[in-house]
Design a protein around this ligand. Sequence first.
Ligand SMILES: Nc1ncnc2c1ncn2[C@@H]1O[C@H](COP(=O)(O)OP(=O)(O)OP(=O)(O)O)[C@@H](O)[C@H]1O
Ligand SMILES: [Mg+2]
Length: 233
Amino acid sequence: MLKLSNLSKIYSRHGKSVSAIDGISLQIDKGDFVAIIGPSGSGKSSLLLMMGGMLSPSSGEICLEDQSIFDLSSRQRAALRQEKIGFLFQTFNLVPYLSALQNVLLPMLFGGLDKGSRRNRALTLLDEMGLADRVDHKPSELSIGQQQRVAFARMLANDPPLILADEPTGSLDPEMSHQMIAFLKELNEKGKTIVLVTHDLNVARQANRVIEISKGGAIVTIQEGATLEIALS
Ligand SMILES: Nc1ncnc2c1ncn2[C@@H]1O[C@H](COP(=O)(O)OP(=O)(O)OP(=O)(O)O)[C@@H](O)[C@H]1O
Ligand SMILES: [Mg+2]
């Protein structure tokens, strides 16, 4: 589904460069459920943004179903993203002046559904997130956990085959967090490919595969879920 070849990202700021990702190669198969763990600043969000075609790599290649995504024009890439990828940002990226409902409707605007079906789908997704009575609230009128759930509903709007989620349970209480992971597992069982960045080892253990990025950017170890406990204890 997704293949990263020798991927690097160097950020340049005021003449200083920071190497966020240094030569990562990685393959994620269709139907896989992969967790990415690693300390703060190890490049997890940068990696996920590149996988989603939202951040261009300094070198290397990202192929989504054999299509090198940074060989496409930005318009083609946006269209591919719209169709294939659901992205959950660490900082939610909700549009502040739109209601919860409008935020979830946004990614569907250019899809194939008519207006009534789009609205029904958005309301159903918000209901599934326990937000049926909050659909007209703006992000600033919602708790952080509620905003995270709106972002979750928006990520699912176009029913994407690939889900990239950056700390999807970071702002949720334990019960809601558990519910969200159960929900992701269910989506995975229905065939969706999931890449999940998390700090929470209990969350990571739910994945089929755990990838650890070590600080300093470079080393990736791929472990089966079963050996994770030993590897990290
Ligand atoms: N836009 C940017 N400009 C310059 N440096 C950046 C930028 N974004 C990230 N970095 C740097 O790249 C490195 C990796 O950042 P990244 O956000 O990918 O880490 P992370 O593993 O997601 O961390 P966290 O767990 O705290 O979310 C960090 O050293 C960070 O300071
Ligand atoms: Mg991050």
